[in-house]
Design a protein around this ligand. Structure first.
Ligand code: GLN
Length: 523
């Protein structure tokens, strides 16, 4: 039952074929079974059990709050949770327990979803591997030491188990002291969903942090349009690009969560007031006339050096399938894509320098015992509290923001961001409805391989296909497509126009149905 989707579980709960309390116990047991993957930084066991009893009562009385009632969910550790520590995987916040819930956490709660725990991440969401955390790295479930099988829908709708020959455990298999990374920075959330501990999880996405781990763990990763989902209570990385992301096991489930989470919030000044019905009425509906009239662009600049042949083939296969399905698929150009990595890194570091300034050990963050002077105390608290990655970004950001550098770096990066955004607008204006691209350049790398490059170099490669959309605010979704020759998930990204999240999900669902990606099942 732990590998079912929310839609399937919700139905079983209401038909009394499944009991919420039993389901929740199974989730907790699974959480303990996968403990070595280090996906969770804490489990909220007591309140989880308590809530499951309340949910059972509501469902039995037919008074459930929503489709998410009784559904176990996890939340990345950079969303504030009332009375539950929120560390951002950083020493700086290791003693921080918020007194309030992030809006998205509150909305999940009001919808009846039950929080099972907080998930691991790269410190302050700076990374693409979930390897830089005070809680230690998160490991991928795929080819881990845990046993699982892969099931797929057969031609007549029946469930077939893939034979071990179809799922070769290639050279990447887990070995002592090494593992496949979960992707990042929301790696804990992706592993939690992939391994059956919860049915959906919140991640955050500034440059790809929801889509990247979703791709490596074989689950759906949705980055909604900027402003559609409130950021209130999400500890900021880059205010102008952050969005709460959704990790789930199916497109329908991601849509159900978006339905609960989206909406204007007066507590977030960047949250938008778009009429939701327009967006959400599209969700969950089958495309009425197949894909006819749908135009999908294949941006040639996304075919970049270092992309694995497996990824290129998958990209081509899905483009062909869409075209056979009635869509018009054509090559398009987003000429400023190649500047995106450099531009993102300048803007990111400038915003980081500003956002991290509040952690002084006085008002916010841990305080060192240094007592020579206030300045020394602040400096040593920040040295103690932040890892090298965060400190490096603060230094670089402050350098870019110096009076003598401001125009040369920050202003220039803003101008380039505008050109990147304009690239997207131009393709939409030319009649395209969506763009199809890879998410990552290959399958999940081993930790030993990943850690030969530093955080900056890794982000430049890992985020190549994902971060341009964060500059433009467009919605994007990572969809698992097929297994690679090593038996690992290969995923693709579908990008849509801003606030066209509903239609994006509709076409994503078409792709999901067409590719029949196997689901991972553990006993
Ligand atoms: N890897 C990127 C960074 O470190 C993106 C992170 C994210 O999306 N949170 O900035």
């Amino acid at each position: 039952m732990l590998s079912l989707t929310i839609k399937q579980v919700a139905e079983k709960l209401r038909q009394k074929q499944l009991d919420v309390v039993e389901l929740c116990e199974a989730c907790l047991e699974r959480a303990k079974k996968i403990q070595n993957l280090n996906a969770f930084v804490c489990l909220t066991e007591d309140s989880f059990r308590e809530q499951s009893l309340k949910s059972r009562e509501r469902i039995l009385k037919g008074k459930d709050a929503s489709i998410l009632d009784g559904i176990s969910v996890a939340v990345k550790d950079n969303f504030c949770t009332r009375n539950i520590p929120t560390t951002c995987a950083s020493q700086m916040l290791k003693n921080f327990t918020p007194t309030y819930n992030a809006t998205v956490v509150e909305k999940l709660k009001n919808a009846g979803a039950i929080l099972i725990g907080k998930t691991n991440m790269d410190e302050f969401a700076m990374g693409s591997g979930t390897v830089d955390s005070i809680h230690g790295p998160t490991k991928n479930i795929w080819q881990s030491h845990l046993e699982y099988k892969l099931e797929q829908k057969g031609p007549g709708g029946e469930t077939v188990t893939l034979s071990p020959n179809d799922v070769s455990r290639g050279s990447k298999a887990f070995s002592e002291g090494d593992w496949l990374i979960a992707g990042g920075s929301s790696g804990g959330s992706a592993v939690a969903v992939a391994s059956g501990v919860c049915f959906a999880a919140l991640g955050s996405d500034t440059g790809g942090s929801t889509r990247n781990p979703a791709a490596y763990c074989g689950v759906i990763g949705l980055k909604p349009s900027y402003g559609l989902v409130s950021r209130y209570g999400l500890i900021p990385l880059v205010h102008s690009m952050d969005v709460p992301g959704i990790l789930a096991r199916s497109v329908d489930d991601a849509a159900s969560c978006l339905g609960v989470l989206a909406g204007h919030d007066h507590k977030d000044p960047t949250s938008v007031d778009v009429p939701l019905e327009g967006i959400l009425q599209e969700v969950g509906k089958e495309p009425s006339s197949g894909l006819s009239g749908v135009r999908i662009g294949i941006p040639k600049e996304y075919h970049c050096p270092g992309m694995s042949p497996d990824v290129v083939d998958t990209w081509k296969e899905v483009a062909d399938a869409l075209s056979r399905g009635g869509a018009e698929v054509e090559e398009v150009s987003l000429p400023h894509t190649k500047y995106s990595v450099a531009c993102y890194s300048v803007l990111n570091q400038c915003e980081v320098a500003s956002n991290m300034a509040c952690y002084d050990g006085i008002e916010f963050g841990i305080r060192s015992a240094e007592n020579i002077s206030t300045e020394e105390m602040i400096a040593s608290s920040r040295r103690m509290g932040f890892n090298e990655v965060v400190r490096g970004r603060i230094l670089a950001g402050n350098y870019f923001l110096l009076k003598r550098n401001y125009q040369k770096y920050f202003e220039k990066a803003l101008k380039i961001r505008h050109l990147i955004t304009k690239d997207f607008e131009n393709v939409w204006d030319s009649g395209m409805n969506f763009l199809l691209t890879p998410v990552t350049l290959g399958v999940s790398p081993r930790f030993s391989e990943f850690s030969t490059k530093d955080n900056r170099e890794q982000c430049a490669t890992q985020d190549y296909c994902t971060q341009p959309v964060n500059m433009a605010g467009c919605p994007a979704i990572s969809i698992p497509i097929k297994l690679s020759s090593e038996g690992l998930p290969l995923s693709l990204q579908l990008i849509g126009r801003i606030y066209d999240d509903g239609n994006l999900l509709k076409v994503a669902k078409w792709i999901e149905d067409a590719v029949n990606f196997p689901r991972l099942v553990m006993d």
